[in-house]
Each structure stands twice: as C-alpha cells, then as structure tokens.
Write a protein that binds this ligand. Structure first.
Ligand SMILES: Cc1ncc(COP(=O)(O)O)c(C=O)c1O
Length: 384
C-alpha cells in the first residue's frame, strides 16, 4: 500500500533510530556505551512518583481539559513569569504531549502550504521534518563558527514567503546559549518582516554560569505578541516519559492550537499532569542539584574531549559538539566518524549531519562521570 506523500517526504528521527540500533547491539551482548542519549539519567524524585500514584488512586483517569488542568497551567505560568520576568497567566499556557507534539501542533496551525521557515543550523532533528509535515519549507541557515546565530545570514535568507523563525536555545546539539543581544536582533528582523518567532527552550533550566538563558518573548511587548515559547518538563524535571510539554503565548495563538488539540490528542494523560504539577510546586533543590552535577560532568567531559577534538565549552543543555577539524584525512563525513567510533570504540554518539551540519559529532554528557571517563578514553584510544 503506498504511503502518503507527506510521510514519504519525511526522514525518520536519527536519534530514535540510533537508540534502537544500540538497544539491539546491547541485547546481542555488545558492550556499547551510549553517549547518544538525550535525557537526564536522574529518576524523577520520589515525591513526584507518589503524587502520580495518588492521582491514580484518586481516579484522575478521566478525560481532562484540552489545554491542561488549570492548576498545572497556573504553576507553569508562575514559573515562566518568575524566571523570564514576563508576567503571564494560565490563559497563556497550553499543555501537550511533550514539546515534540506542541511544536507539531504549532506548525499545523500557523504554516500555509509553501511557507518558508528559517531554522539556524545546527538544529534539533525534528524541526525540518515537523515543518514538512505541515506543508512548509525549512530554510536552513548555518550558524557562525562559534555556533552563535549568524544574523546577517538569517536576514539574507528572508524572502516574501518567510513566515517564521524557529530556533532552540540552549541549543541541542551545540549547547550554545543564544546571547540576549542576538535575540534582540532576531526580534528586530521579525518585526521588520512581520514574522512569527518560535523559541524552543527545552533546556532552559540547564545553563552553565556565566551564561544566562533569555526567553525572547520577554524582551518586549512586540516580541511577546509575535512569539510562541515552547518548554517541557522532560529535561528540567527528569520527566521524559510523562510527556508533558507546553507552549506559552498570547491567547490569540493558544486558541487555534487548542482547537487542533481538541481533535488530535484531547488532553495529556491526566494523572501524569498531577505528577508534573508536583514536580513544579515541590522544593526545587533536587533539580538544582541535578544541574550542579551536570556542571561537574560538563567540566570533566569537556576536559577529556579537548584532548581528542577541537570543541567549544558547552554553555547549556548536556551535549558536547566537537568538530572533526584535523580528522579530514581519516573520515570523509561525520557519519563515517560516528560509525567508526561505534564499531571500534563501542561508543554510540550522533553525527552532526543529524542536526543539519557536517563535520561535527554530538556527545551527550548526561551519564555518570565513570561512564564518561571510560567512553572518552575508548574514543581517544580508537582514534590514536
Ligand atoms: C531541543 C529539543 N526540543 C524538544 C525536545 C522534545 O522534548 P519533549 O517532547 O520530551 O518535551 C527535545 C528532546 O530531545 C529537544 O532536544
């Protein structure tokens, strides 16, 4: 049976694909270390598990409101208001099945067939495919060599068909945290060309000093009126499997997405939302300690990686993004390098090509220090 043109035009997620290959190799007895993972290795705190169990016992197992339970939307609004300085309330929040789905919903609601969406590369793997599923055309703009936004190149890429600028800060895979000055310039471009801005901030809580995360929506009223901010509890609160992500936007943008969601997924799993509510309202020390641990891991992994590759120090998230400069004679592409490392060092990592940029590798440091030391030691040995 022929598949739809829509799905034929889309590539499968390379990170999900690698995860299943690694699972298969491990089940066959291969000693693979997975530094390809995009989730914290911390479990959710016990309070969150108990709140979820209690919600189940209390029979929070029915349909609930499409945009999310009001208490959760309120807690999200409070968190965003206090962290960004931009006051929002529950009407500005819509909860969905992870930020992956909220992004899909947004593109379905705002992109007309043939609209162009500017995406700085490297970008999160799902962006171009999700845009294509909405009938849009991803326009990829390479970032500067220091992996910050190339504003001139972004402006040059704007055409009469451009509808939206979509970016992700702190960035997966580069771990760059976009500077406030650059975001202000993005805002000027958006205003000048009347564009919508979608800011994916999945890693907003994972930022390493002296870097500071800026939500572009908080920079001016004009920017708030043209921006949709996307965040998630997946990384900040170790809840990847709960599937709780959300958008923050003016109500004029919430309404169409709510309409779509009412026909698509209805509500996010009701008892998972109560667990998420607990995660946001409990004492945050557990999550702050996780960030402190990530800083230690970043220092260790960055130090070891610099001995092998040229690499910028991560500013946020939990990835190293070393370049393959100096290895051109050994590997024609970064795919070849990643395959070699998987085969010879038995370490799984992702090639930069999965994120729209060749010549780089993405190494996750969301693993225990001993695992990082062993894995990076193996890579060093294999590349000697
Ligand atoms: C940049 C970015 N955005 C969104 C997501 C999706 O997160 P979730 O759907 O779990 O909220 C991820 C997950 O890896 C990500 O890295």
């Amino acid at each position: 049976m022929p598949f739809s043109h829509r799905i034929q035009a889309v590539e499968g997620s390379k990170s999900v694909g690698l995860a299943s290959l690694v699972g298969k190799l491990k089940s066959e007895g291969h000693d693979i270390i997975g530094l390809h993972v995009g989730e914290p290795d911390f479990p959710p705190p016990q309070e969150v598990i108990e709140a979820t169990q209690k919600a189940l016992s209390d029979l929070q197992v029915r349909y609930s409101l499409v945009p999310g339970i009001p208490e959760l939307r309120e807690a999200i609004a409070d968190r965003f208001s206090s962290r960004s300085g931009k006051k929002v309330n529950l009407e500005n929040i819509l909860v969905s099945n992870g930020s992956k789905q909220i992004l899909y919903n947004i593109f379905q609601c705002f992109i007309h067939e043939g609209d162009e969406v500017i995406i700085p590369a490297p970008y999160w793997v799902t962006f171009p495919e999700s845009i294509k599923l909405a009938g849009g055309t991803p326009v990829i703009v390479k970032s500067r060599d220091d992996l910050g936004l190339d504003l001139e190149a972004i402006e040059e890429a704007i055409t009469p068909k451009t509808k939206m600028i979509l970016f992700n800060t702190p960035n997966n895979p580069s771990s760059a945290v976009y500077a406030k000055e650059d975001l202000l310039k993005v805002g000027e471009l958006a205003k000048k060309h009347d564009l919508l801005v979608v800011s994916d901030e999945a890693y907003e809580s994972l930022v390493f000093e002296p870097n500071v995360h800026t939500s572009i929506a908080s920079l001016s009223d004009d920017l708030f009126q043209r921006t949709i901010t996307v965040q998630t509890l997946s990384k900040s609160h170790c809840l990847t499997g709960y599937r709780v992500g959300y958008m923050i936007a003016p109500t004029k943008f919430i309404e169409p997405v709510n309409k779509l969601q009412s026909h698509l997924n209805g509500n996010v799993c009701t008892f998972a939302q109560y667990g998420a509510l607990k995660a946001l309202t409990m004492d945050q020390t557990y999550f702050e300690d996780m960030v402190a641990t990530m800083v230690k891991r970043k220092d260790l992994a960055y130090g070891l990686t610099k001995e092998i590759f040229k690499c910028h120090e991560p500013q946020g998230a939990f990835y190293l993004f070393p370049s393959l400069d100096g290895y051109e004679d050994r590997f024609k592409t970064c795919n070849e390098a990643a395959e070699f490392i998987l085969k010879e060092a038995k370490v799984a990592l992702l090639p930069g090509s999965a994120f729209g940029i060749d010549g780089y590798l993405r190494i996750s440091f969301a693993s225990h220090e001993d695992v990082l030391t062993e894995a990076l030691g193996r890579i060093k040995e294999a590349l000697k």
